[in-house]
Design a protein around this ligand. Sequence first.
Ligand code: SF4
Length: 288
Amino acid sequence: MEATSKSEPGSDPPEIPSFLREAFEENYERLRLSTNQSLSPAARESAFTQVLLYWQKLRDIAERITETEVRLALPAQETPKGRSFVIEGVVDIVQESGHTVMYDIKTHDADFVRENQELYSDQLSVYAYIWEELRGEPLDETAVIATAIPSSLQQALNSGDEDHVSYELQKWNPLVEIDFDKGKVEETIRDFAETIDQIEDGEFDPPPADRLSERQPGQDALFATRVCNNCDARYSCPAYRMYITGSRKEEQINFRSYFMEAGSEVDRDARLDAGLQDTPSGDELGTL
Ligand code: SF4
């Protein structure tokens, strides 16, 4: 079962884009100063385009949100090896006419979420449990809002063809309704606890390199493209190094081909320039 969004672009009051631009720049500046990480001008514009599109597609939900960034916590949990932990999550809530919907915003693409609902339903079930059982609030539905721009829409934007953009925007449905099952909560928490023990014990071997060449359900993209390209550990991950260099053995890795994977020369230069230009000054850091 899927929900659909009603709003389509074209009917915003004129002040909305400038408000979004201001809020975006303010957030970007805060993140830049607190993380010391910058975006190239092209990447920044692309991020802002994503914000605008998200607003255009999901305006009706955004305007109905009753509580935003609701922090949910399941405290006092313990792993099989006796480590304490807390499960935390942040969701948005819409309550209308006695009907409550919980939204979890993900930067993933909607097709992937649709094809892999079980990956999201476990997490949403834990949130639903916290919301209903610990906070004593009613809940009728849970859904994921998948904010990544689909590749077909991105291609349309790159082409500059307005009809094509409009067609792709109509097609895009970032809202995926996902059933929750509070019966799964115990199992999910146990999996989570075991994973914490593995991480704390240093047991986080990557999958075999061959796994990176496999496609995920409902996806054209390989595991390496969809998952590893977003993984901060990829440059120190032996499986990724073997995948990218085509080497069957770790000791035969050709570092140059591995380094050259990090985008085109233009992309690498743009990232370098953005990092150098936007490095916060001592005065800026003092304002944090
Ligand atoms: S690059 Fe990251 S996501 Fe990919 S296999 Fe290595 S650790 Fe896992």
